[in-house]
Design a protein around this ligand. Structure first.
Ligand code: ZN
Ligand code: ZN
Length: 911
């Protein structure tokens, strides 16, 4: 890497012509460019404190909306096209959950050169979510946020077309800061830096003013491959101007939160019955907050001492004043994050992106608990929605969903906590925990992650039992880190051993999907694989199974068992080899193809129906199109009820009856995204400049590689046969379509006919007959119960216990079932609290022992009695103190010698 960085990379004409000098920071040793020849420090934290607080360098103060507009319109005037924001959930990526930077909107398709950018150059203000700094939000006055807007101008230059590069980028930046905002030019420093992210890399310059890093200007031109760097096909200007920081510096307020949230901050404070701390204390505290390395406890202490000294107050008093204020800032930040996550369609759950929705909602509740205040979370979220409604009207449109789901999550959380107490009481009985009298961090993490129990609650509860709990500062960051990585499945290498020189297979199933047979040439074959020059066999993909069929090689039939595709080559898995170079005639199993395509089109119809019935947050989580039946997994926050299910089914069948055309075509990725939105990626991430679009007229549009019907009418019928909550936040719909649906309905009818025969009643009377039967059955059960009671009673009055040391021993072998023996034993122990019972069933060899309450207090153990007993006869059994159960082979029953048993119980009693 080092060889790529040298002074020359940063020595711009812009700097030379405008009189900038290159210096080394006395404190951090980084190099920077400045117009002030006397400057010794880079100007960034931690080398200098914030000195814009109460001392803004801009011509005037801007609120956040004014600042966004100032930026966007400045670059519009410089011929950049303004584009709309992307969602905060990065559905087009399989390596990250959230949009973490503006460039993430264009990765990997645009940055790899495969797809042209929507406009070039362009300007955007992109809301971004980053969860890694969650523990620091509030504590640093605004340096850390989980949600922020990255304003950016991007230019993508290629060999063929130069847009602009370093010189213009820095010139634009400088002009915006100085001419537009009025920041004195000698106050801006540019620090030299090297940037890497998402596998891309390049040099960058950081724009610093009065202790605050405002912007990063990245010149992305390398791709990291192993330990080396390769040139990218494009040179990309990747800038990031922190909207919140620009607003903050223009206001010079003590924290960024006051600048971002303005009156909303005051409203939150009022809701929580808190006063803003003394301005002087706040300013002092925040001035140095930029210098803290929050991961380093020494640095934190140093900072506290510094603030304490400059204010002449002790640390504890300062913290008591500042801490509640810090918590409110965190709540402000998190409630905004929740509004954007849910508004962009996230469904809280325990997995993937959904996990973070749940995590943030719970964290807000916990933060309020720390403040000892309670405000319904929906109220806070609604205040956020109102505050952002002019700039982000799309969020307000989703307000019903956002408020409902957040409250639902809180009520689930409260239930979890109720159940949590028993989980913790169990845990603290653990030997290791008892020995150390403390709960380790790993256990705390597990309690939160698997059971949803917040560490504060664990602490409070465990400490009342004398078990200590230390909650690490970085607890939430540790939890968040557990969930931060997305896993990408590794593809098996189906091409192993196949020459890489083979041309891509011609995909005739796409160009002519109605073709049932074709002649093709064998380009490669081994024992179980065949590659052809062209094929009509659809390879497995997008949740659709592959076609199967046969290849006829000179009259000889070769079965095609499975088909897969990799890197443009379709591999047919066959039962015997074919000579390379032969021409074969291929036939696909047309019946199977028809069913699979009906099931696939039915999936698209169903997702459209589910979205209309349940809401826009419904997203495909997974799908499997099989022959017998298919399934569609969708995100939804609660169990789908019967009424909704019927509505979905009815709506889907209505669409079928309307015979809407299903159009399949290739479209430029940019055009498709602009026309239909990110929603087209229901089936997951797709690659390529042109993507295959499957459009059901006015109903559903998806990027999909599957084989479909050409009209919804062809499907005939959809029947949902089952729903299941496969995980929190994901509902599974199992369904059948076409002939399979008819077959299913017929089988249901067969079942009814059979029942009618068994019950000997016409179908229309089955319901009534069954109700009567169930009632009779329950009456009979009650009768049996009372008969058993009577048997037990009469047996008891005939049983003579033996007295051993004050205990009454009841024993015997009976012609009774397991249930009846239990009845007898429980009858006895209720009557006689010094009783010890042991009974054996002649019917099946069951052994039962139960102990009266006083006998138990004296340490008699039923489980041990049974295990001693069965071990004498080669049986199995054991149990707890109050009840023991076991079984011995029936053949051993004659051998039972009750003397031995009495002796063993005698031993137990005397001990
Ligand atoms: Zn420095
Ligand atoms: Zn599809």
């Amino acid at each position: 890497m080092i060889y790529l960085i040298n002074e020359e990379v940063y020595r711009l004409n812009f700097f030379m012509e405008n009189g900038f000098v290159r210096k080394e920071c006395k404190s951090c040793k980084r190099h920077f460019w400045t117009l002030d020849p006397d400057r010794e420090l880079c100007g960034d934290s931690p080398c200098v404190p914030y000195y814009f607080i109460k001392n803004p360098p801009t011509r005037r103060a801007y609120n956040i909306n004014e600042m966004r507009e100032e930026f966007l319109s400045f670059f519009e005037k410089k011929n950049h096209k303004r584009i709309k924001r992307y969602p905060v959930i990065a559905r087009w990526r399989d390596d990250i959950f959230f949009t973490i930077a503006s460039i993430a909107c264009f990765q990997p398709h645009v940055t790899s050169g495969e797809v042209p950018p929507p406009y070039n150059p362009l300007v955007i203000s992109q809301p971004c979510i980053r969860t890694t700094d969650i523990g620091n939000v509030g504590k640093t006055g605004g340096r850390h946020l989980t949600i922020f807007e990255m304003m950016a101008h991007h230019a993508f230059s290629s060999k063929e077309k130069e847009i602009y590069w370093k010189e213009e980028t820095v010139a634009y930046h400088h002009e915006f800061l100085t001419k537009q905002l009025g920041i004195p030019d000698d106050e801006i420093t540019y620090i030299e830096h090297w940037w890497e992210g998402g596998g891309d890399a390049g040099p960058d310059l950081e724009g610093i003013v009065r202790g605050l890093e405002l912007s990063t200007l990245v010149f992305m031109e390398y791709r990291k491959v192993g330990n080396t760097y390769e040139k990218l096909p494009l040179r990309i200007v990747d800038t990031g101007y922190g909207l919140e920081r620009f607003t903050w510096i223009s206001k010079g307020s003590s924290t960024a939160f006051e600048a971002i949230y303005g009156e909303l901050f005051d409203k939150f404070l009022k809701k929580f019955n808190l006063e803003k701390p003394d301005e002087k204390i706040l300013c002092e505290a925040m001035k140095y907050s930029g210098m803290v390395d929050v991961t380093d406890s020494n640095s934190l202490m140093e900072y506290k001492l510094r603030v304490s000294k400059s204010l002449g107050m002790d640390i504890v008093s300062i913290e008591r004043i500042i801490r509640p204020f810090e918590i409110v800032m965190a709540i402000l930040d998190h409630t905004k994050t929740i509004v954007f996550m849910l508004g962009d369609g996230l469904v809280p759950s325990n997995v993937q992106a959904g996990y973070f929705g749940r995590f943030f909602i719970r964290r807000v509740k916990r933060l309020m608990d720390m403040l000892k205040v309670y405000v319904p979370i929906s109220e806070l979220l609604y205040m956020q929605l109102l505050y952002w409604k002019d700039q982000f009207p799309e969020l307000m449109e989703k307000s019903d969903y956002i408020l409902h789901v957040a409250e639902l999550e809180i009520s689930r959380y409260e239930k979890t906590i109720e159940q949590g107490k028993s989980i913790i009481s169990k845990l603290i009985k653990n030997e290791e925990i008892q020995k150390n009298a403390s709960i380790p961090v790993e256990a705390l993490l597990k309690l939160y992650d698997s059971h949803g129990l917040p560490p504060e609650m664990v602490k409070e509860f465990a400490e009342s039992y004398g078990i200590k709990v230390e909650i690490p500062e970085a607890f939430d960051a540790m939890v968040s880190a557990l969930h931060s990585s997305t896993s990408t499945k590794k593809e098996e290498d189906i091409l192993q051993g196949i020459p890489s020189s083979l041309p891509p297979t011609e995909l005739v199933f796409y160009s002519d999907p109605k073709l049932r047979s074709i002649k093709a040439r064998v380009l490669y074959s081994d024992n179980n694989r065949v590659v052809l020059d062209r094929t009509i066999f659809y390879p497995e993909g997008g949740g659709q199974l592959s076609d199967i069929g046969v290849m006829i090689d000179n009259g000889r039939e070769v079965k095609v068992l499975n088909v897969k595709k990799s890197h443009g080559i379709v591999v047919h898995f066959v039962d015997k080899p074919i000579e390379i170079g032969r021409e074969v005639e291929c036939f696909i199993d047309w019946q199977r193809r028809k069913i699979l395509s009906k099931h696939h089109s039915a999936t698209h119809i169903l997702i459209g129906a589910a979205r209309r019935v349940l809401g826009d947050h419904v997203w495909q989580h997974g799908a499997q199109k099989d022959v017998d039946k298919s399934r569609l997994d969708i995100t939804h926050f609660e169990k789908i009820n019967d009424k909704q299910l019927r509505e979905i089914e009815n709506l889907a069948n209505k669409v079928i009856q309307e015979c809407r055309p299903i159009r399949v075509y290739f479209e430029d990725r940019n055009i498709a995204e602009q026309k239909f939105g990110i929603r087209i990626y229901q089936g997951g991430v797709v690659y390529g400049r042109k993507i295959r679009i499957v459009e059901i007229e006015d109903w559903d549009v998806e990027a999909c590689g599957g084989i479909h019907c050409s009209n919804t009418g062809e499907i005939g019928l959809i029947k949902i046969i089952r729903t299941e909550r496969i995980q929190d936040g994901v509902e599974r719909l199992e369904f059948v379509a076409g002939e399979q649906a008819i077959r299913y309905i017929q089988s249901q009818e067969d079942l009814l006919n059979e029942l009618s025969k068994i019950l000997n009643t016409p179908i229309e009377h089955i319901r009534k007959t069954t109700i009567n039967l169930v009632e009779e059955l329950s009456k009979s059960r009650k009768l049996i119960e009372s008969l058993r009671e009577k048997i037990a009673q009469s047996l008891y009055s005939n049983l003579k216990p033996e007295v051993i040391n004050g205990f009454q021993l009841y024993y015997g072998i009976f012609d009774l079932s397991h249930e009846e023996l239990l009845k007898l034993a429980s009858f006895i122990i209720k009557k006689d609290n010094m009783s010890i019972t042991i009974f054996i069933s002649k019917i099946d060899g069951t052994v039962i022992s139960m102990i009266g309450s006083e006998a138990m207090k004296k340490g008699i153990n039923a489980g041990k009695i049974v295990s001693n007993f069965v071990s004498m006869f080669g049986g199995k059994g054991g149990g707890k103190q109050d009840i023991g159960q076991g079984k011995i082979p029936l053949s051993k029953i004659q051998e039972i010698d009750f003397h031995k048993i009495k002796n063993s119980i005698n031993d137990m009693v005397i001990k």
